[in-house]
Design a protein around this ligand. Structure first.
Ligand code: DX5
Ligand code: ZN
Length: 216
């Protein structure tokens, strides 16, 4: 079953609770929270306070995507704020194995994200320690960018790697996912789709989810 995680980066922050409730009622499986620090990526967004406010707005799991340097300094705060899944970037973690285990010690599920140009091989030696791989299908930093098709092969490569290692993991794609690109991602092996602008731009969010899942 393919799951959908709308990214609140594209929501109206003046009505954040209503926005979260609207996607929950329309059938979202989790809420994707994009955390940016102005160093790892050229944008600044959300900190633990907004995660805590989101936690009080929904019963859905919060899927927190840390696009920040030195994430180990902030992981405990994000888990305490209510993150069920914490994903760090391989490019930001020289001691990735240690960082992944810090997430798990704090009581959250651990994910590792890689940028479009980063080879999937960096995942091999942590695959058995993690719950989720996030493949960026845009260069991280902003919502509303165009999907990079070259990443499709990486989705299949991660799926094959996980199968060979007998690891049952979530393969999440993030960036430029819409009614046209979602079926390609699912076909390639993704089972968790992040969508920001595609979902929040549409009045009928239920229809957006059905299109993303390929039910329409
Ligand atoms: C990009 C973020 C994405 C982004 C997705 O750096 O990680 O989660 O919000 O937005 P769309 O779906 O608009 O590309
Ligand atoms: Zn994201």
């Amino acid at each position: 079953m393919v799951k959908i995680a709308p990214s609140i980066l594209a929501a109206d922050f003046a009505s954040l609770k209503e926005e979260i409730v609207s996607v929950e009622e329309a059938g979202a499986d989790m809420i994707h929270v994009d955390v940016m620090d102005g160093h790892f990526v050229p944008n600044i967004t959300i900190g633990p306070m907004i995660v805590e406010a989101s936690r009080r707005s929904t019963a859905l799991p919060l899927d927190v995507h840390l696009m920040i340097e030195q994430p180990e300094h902030y992981i405990p705060a994000f888990v305490q704020a209510g993150a069920e899944i914490v994903t760090v970037h391989a490019e930001a973690c020289p001691h990735l194995h240690r960082t992944v285990h810090l997430i798990k010690e704090q009581g959250a599920k651990a994910g590792v994200a890689i940028n479009p140009h980063t080879p999937v091989d960096v995942l091999r030696h942590v695959l058995e320690d993690i719950d989720l791989v996030l493949l960026m299908t845009v260069n991280p930093g902003f919502g509303g960018q165009s999907f990079i098709r070259g990443v499709l092969q990486k989705i299949t490569d991660v799926k094959t790697m996980a199968k060979e290692m007998n690891e049952n993991i979530w393969i999440e794609v993030d960036g430029g996912v819409d009614g046209e690109t979602a079926p390609m991602c699912i076909q390639a092996g993704a089972n968790l789709l992040v969508a920001g602008s595609y979902v929040f731009k549409q009045e009928d969010r239920g229809e957006a989810f059905r299109k993303l899942r390929g039910d329409l």
